[in-house]
Design a protein around this ligand. Sequence first.
Ligand code: FER
Length: 301
Amino acid sequence: MALAQAPPAKENPNPGKTDPAPNPERARGRGFGGPIVLGEDDKPAFPAPPEGFDKTRADIAHGKLEMVEYDSKSVGTKRKANVYTPPGYSPDTKYPVLYLLHGIGGDEHEWERGGHPEIILDNLIADKKAESMIIVMPNGRASQDDRPGPDAMRTAPAFGEFDKDLLGSLIPFIESKYSVKTDRESRALAGLSMGGGQSLNFGLGNLDTFAWVGGFSSAPNTKPSDQLVPEPDKTAKALKLLWISCGNKDGLIRISQGLHGYLKEKKVPHTWHVDEHNHDFQHWKKALFQFSQMIFKPETK
Ligand code: FER
């Protein structure tokens, strides 16, 4: 679900509860999440992407999107994932893989519908700014009924179950179906909002599986910082990139600010990027544009 295109927020139906109301109407509108207090570190780490970064170019090679189905052992159903293979994908080459996760109202279509990663990556690969990579966009709601339904907030617990499906079924499936590299430095995990929280929780919790981790506008499902990074030296040593970003008009920014502050105090290297956006695909597309140029590159760390 493209949050940016959602109707404006209604009145808070829970006047006694200000932070944040468990109502998807508010989650999709402006001003949800709570008050925003910006600190001196809360600024852009990168300039805005060039004009046209997200526009289809006729003069370059294009990758492909395909919807695949895999057997999920932990959920007990067949589940779908939207897979981008880069221009010229060939079984003679082995590719790194970015697992890219959606938000509370979304599903396996959300990134394609709202963010067009296939366009952003086609352009970056044509300009030799990103590595040729596969992007897997699964459904992060690990339950038999994995639709957002009329009250997506109610499906939040299923997002917490997705690590078993990701590690136990989806990654093995992708590694059997596609020609991919299978070392940890060839796997990245990133996502928006609920998917940002999942990426931090599951990525930082599985350093033997992922070396590149990104949270874009991460939601309150993000674990407390001392649980995410209980051993700062170990995390610092293992990770090639830890990316945290948020818009400065996003009421959830305190989640990312809190993690940035903790990492700074514990001296864990990370990228902290704050732009001028709200909780929407303007931020998420730009975050993907930057993040995807940094991953799978030897010089990033
Ligand atoms: C919440 C506010 C927002 C929450 C989740 C979200 C689990 C997620 C928003 C999104 O994915 O866009 O309190 O609790």
